[in-house]
Write a protein that binds this ligand. Sequence first.
Ligand code: AMP
Ligand code: ZN
Length: 472
Amino acid sequence: MRFYNTLTRKKEEFVPITPGKVSMYVCGPTVYNLIHIGNARPMIVFDTLRRYLEYKGYDVNYVSNFTDVDDKIIKAANEEGVDPEVISTRYIAECKKDMEAMNIKPATTHPLATKEIGGMIKMIKTLIDKDYAYESDGTVYFRTRKFKEYGKLSHKNIEELESGHRKEKEAIKVTGEEQKEDPLDFVLWKPKKEGEPFWKSPWSEGRPGWHIECSVMAGKYLGKTIDIHGGGEDLVFPHHENEIAQSECCNGVPFANYWLHNAFLQIDKQKMSKSLGNFFTVREICNEYSGQILRFFTLTAHYRSPLNFAREIMQSAANSLERILTAADKLRSVISAAKEGELSKEETAKLEELKAFRKKFEEAMDDDINTADAITAIFDLVKFANVEVTSDGTKAFASAVLDELTQLCDILGIVLEAKEEELEPELAALIEERTAAKKVKDFARADAIRAELLEKGIELKDTREGVKWKRI
Ligand code: AMP
Ligand code: ZN
């Protein structure tokens, strides 16, 4: 399996630290609002990578944090007149609901920054002891220039960074930076402001900087060196660069071996973001389409390519997914109608052909998680199913094809078993009444009920397995 590693800018063969095991850390959202579908992209992409690694037989320890202390959370809390914890607790719960709707498996651990402050203080102390950090008026800074490899992830050199800072300083008066030894230094600990949540520390009553959170949580739950670190590409600099600086200076060993970054979800060629206001929440999109369609749409692009969001593209993803679900439905009805008995010779030979689709699927996924090509392999299988599986064949053959389709879709987190949607009780009662009317050959009443339901947006279809309904 090969991954494009941001650190080396190359596709590299994946070799885990411990054979058979993978440790993986993905930066999670800041919880001050409902997540948007851009935030969902890394969640879906790295959940799919995790599923594929598990399919390959790895034992995956997957850690993804919630940033539950942050300026934006404090601002939202002040606006509502509640404690910041009320805001973060609420939006963690909402985020988990969204994750479930998108069939994202809970991580092995979802640590909360506010529960790990002790570890952060300890790490900052070590950095100060090693002279990589210093305190000034209650604030602790990281001595960036002392880490000779600073810039290795974002491929920036110190001179470039320095001139960038100089311009920034000339353009705007940067306040509160006067106590820094060097403009490149970044904050590890900052003193509280009035009304902010705080923790006691040797330097001040205050709170940690954002970067130190991830270094500490990754180290605590996964160890000093981890296999894979992921997140959106906006996190490469400064967040991940700073995580590397902190962790490597503290521990003296490489922090992560493979750095994977997803590209942005865009609208009109611009990054979808809360600050630009050009976003849709996962909740809105799940209500309009479904979590499954959103997941499928996200996976139709390679994770390192920008993905454009537009209603037509979502609709076309919905139609494509529908083709897969319809093929699965058809396979299920063939299974219930087809004959029992052993596979025929021809069927056995046909099943050999199936292997090609799985091979293509695996080759795509092995090549830097190319979900777009993996989906093409699934469509090849769908085509095969539609042509080759008929009720003239055996149940065993149709079952084998459905099994294959189910397994491949499952790796991508796509569920073929349509979840039973609840119908309003009064509508369900009408369907029952219609079935009863048909039984006593009162077709006029049955037709009237069908028409009434249609008016209410429910279309009925009589099938071999009984009456089915769908919303139109
Ligand atoms: P945030 O809550 O802004 O820290 O973002 C949480 C995660 O979502 C990070 O990994 C970001 O890189 C990622 N992210 C934010 N916006 C987008 C976007 N438009 N497309 C893809 N990923 C994004
Ligand atoms: Zn992080």
